[in-house]
Design a binder for this molecule. Sequence first.
Ligand code: DP6
Length: 309
Amino acid sequence: MKKITIQTYANIALIKYWGKRDKKLFLPTKSSLSISLPYLKTSTTISESNTDKIVGINTGIQNVKKFLNLFRKIYQIKKNFKIETTNNFPTAAGLASSASGFAAIAKGLNKFCNLNLSNKELSILARYGSGSATRSIQQGFVLWNKGDYNDGSDSYAFQIFDQNFWPEFCIIIVIINSDQKNISSRQAMQITVNTCSFYKNWIHKSEKRIPKMLQAIKTKDFTTVGKLAELDCLQMHKCMKNSFPAINYWQKQTLQIIDFVKNLRKQKIHCYFTIDAGPNVKIICLKKDRAKIINNLLNICNSSQIMFN
Ligand code: DP6
């Protein structure tokens, strides 16, 4: 029986996506920019089946089923599929598994059905599963252009620099809580769009950060990359906290790690943080400082909480 296996990687946004202008088509209110995480891998195997069977996925079986129905409709496919997914990272750890998960399904279906889709088409297809999956089709630094068209045909992600462009750049993940989130990013971002009075202001400012971030990555200006990423994340969380009902993903240790990063900076160890829809903190640093940062982190965390490349 024909079976194909595809591997994809999670990504972390340095300039965030938070909010849709079209929920059905997953069209974002603004562009976003990410880096892939080669140590957070998803492996997905696809085969044909009598009915759709989804095994091992933690992105919501109903979401995958909806995605498959849409895929069949768009590409006039009559088959049902068995989709088996494994992640090399704790699936419930609040790490971006829906991004790599849907990117792997999109790529896998493309290969299984011999569709020969381009990266642009794959990125659009993955977007129907989860917004952040748009950016996991490719590795390295990736930009998801929000696009302007109502049909979403210009809302896709492309690689700006590949995974070998800046080998010194690294991300340390501090897992603070691996429980299921109390509110999904999908629901939470909609509440923010609908109720935060300064959400439009953030979109405007965040969109303007994209060219600055591109320039900083291009010139490997680490301080500017770190500052822009930290500011964008803080403003996104401020929007969440000023929504109704207020959304707060942070926990006590989230604040402790934020202080830890700020203290390291006072000691001239250059590092910054970014946080997504969960309590876990991603520390942005250069490889030359990684060991020092991890040694310091071990004073306040267990080694099992720390992931890095
Ligand atoms: C905070 O991609 O999970 O991680 O499109 O509804 O599936 P849906 O949302 P999702 O949101 C990710 C939000 C974020 C920021 C980011 O990755 O840009």
